[in-house]
Design a protein around this ligand. Structure first.
Ligand code: FAD
Length: 303
């Protein structure tokens, strides 16, 4: 079923779950077992992230280096297919411009159609490690809006989601410009929006109000991740250019041990989700990172 239809027909907030494909070497059974605890909540669909190939330089005996492309994770299409076949739950593979030519992307879309997958989340993807600015692959798409147009042209019937940043995308000069760029994605044919994680709901509510003012009318789904370690206080802002509210960061920093930090992060997330539900958001997109202990607790407490 298309996410747009699910959004149209839902009468209350539902959980939307995102998993990360396993590293190569992990078998299908292990992956399916790792997400089994989430199935208790009868998810309407599961998003599967997509990871661009990394570049490595391998040392040669003569002192020179050879550039090598490595794919560290199992493909999102393979994981999405395994989930659909095993659990009978719709899967939403993410698709990125980074590292791919248009021909490659359109061949992948054809594979998806053949497999009966009619939902995708269209994204630009990030720079390679060590790169300062995003460089599109020769013959590839530069921005997610171009990818959305390309998908729409090839498959008018696909349901397309896109990403958004309540605290603005780190490359954008300001939030207003970023929202104009988001509108381009919607005008190109995106059906709905999922946000980057945030830890202060007011930031999300203000963002939605600004999007509506800018003429964006499609559903906006908040993206939420429970904080689970002290290390994430620095790692998450660094990796995702997001803020962690002072109260949360102080509580986690003062935690007596790992378990208490985990508890504080989980409780904060439960409070965030309950407040979002009280504000009638259409769905809550949980970044599970394929770890289920705190996610199960959050789902039990909120849905
Ligand atoms: P875009 O919408 O293309 O925007 C990128 C930047 O360019 C922004 O600053 C924007 O303001 C600007 N911009 C856009 N269009 C134009 C234009 N026409 N002219 C000038 N500037 C423009 N990454 C992965 O690699 N794999 C994943 O599976 C993945 N899943 C994600 C899921 C969600 C819900 C979100 C929010 C992000 C995800 N990401 C993923 C991260 C994403 O790829 C990065 O944040 C990336 O840097 C931007 O992607 P985007 O699709 O938002 O890009």
């Amino acid at each position: 079923m298309k996410i747009s239809e699910i959004l149209r027909s839902s009468t209350k907030t539902y959980p939307s779950l995102e998993i990360v494909p396993p590293l190569k070497g992990i078998g299908k059974d292990e992956l399916l077992e790792s997400i089994r605890p989430l199935m208790e909540f009868e998810p309407k669909y599961i998003n599967v992230t997509c990871h661009r190939d990394e570049v490595e330089f391998v040392a040669n005996p003569d002192g020179t280096y050879t550039k090598k492309t490595v794919q560290n994770r199992v493909s999102e299409v393979v994981v999405a297919t395994a989930i659909q076949q095993h659990y009978g739950v719709d899967a939403v593979p993410h698709m990125i411009c980074a590292g791919a030519t248009k021909e490659h992307i359109h061949a992948e879309l054809e594979n998806l159609r053949y497999l009966g997958i009619e939902n995708v989340l269209a994204l630009r993807g990030d720079c390679l490690v060590g790169e300062k600015r995003f460089t599109p692959t020769p013959g590839g798409y530069h921005y997610a809006s171009e990818l959305v147009s390309g998908i729409r042209e090839q498959n008018p019937d696909f349901c397309i989601g896109v990403g958004a940043y309540p605290e603005k995308h780190f490359e954008s000069p300001n939030l207003e410009t970023d929202i104009q760029m988001l509108k381009k994605k919607v005008d190109a044919g995106a059906d709905y929006i999922i946000t980057q994680m945030f830890f202060d709901n007011q930031v999300f509510y203000d963002f939605v109000a600004k999007c509506r003012e800018a003429g964006i009318t499609v559903p906006i789904i908040p993206g939420i991740k429970p904080l689970s370690t002290v290390r994430q206080l620095t790692m998450l802002p660094e990796a995702f250019s997001i803020d962690i509210p002072l109260r949360l960061s102080e509580m986690v920093a003062k935690a007596a041990d790992k378990e208490e930090a985990y508890r504080i992060g989980t409780d904060w997330c439960i409070a965030q989700c309950k407040d979002l539900i009280a504000h009638n958001v259409p769905a809550i997109h949980l970044y599970t990172m394929t770890k289920s202990r705190n996610i199960v607790e959050i789902l039990r407490a909120c849905f």
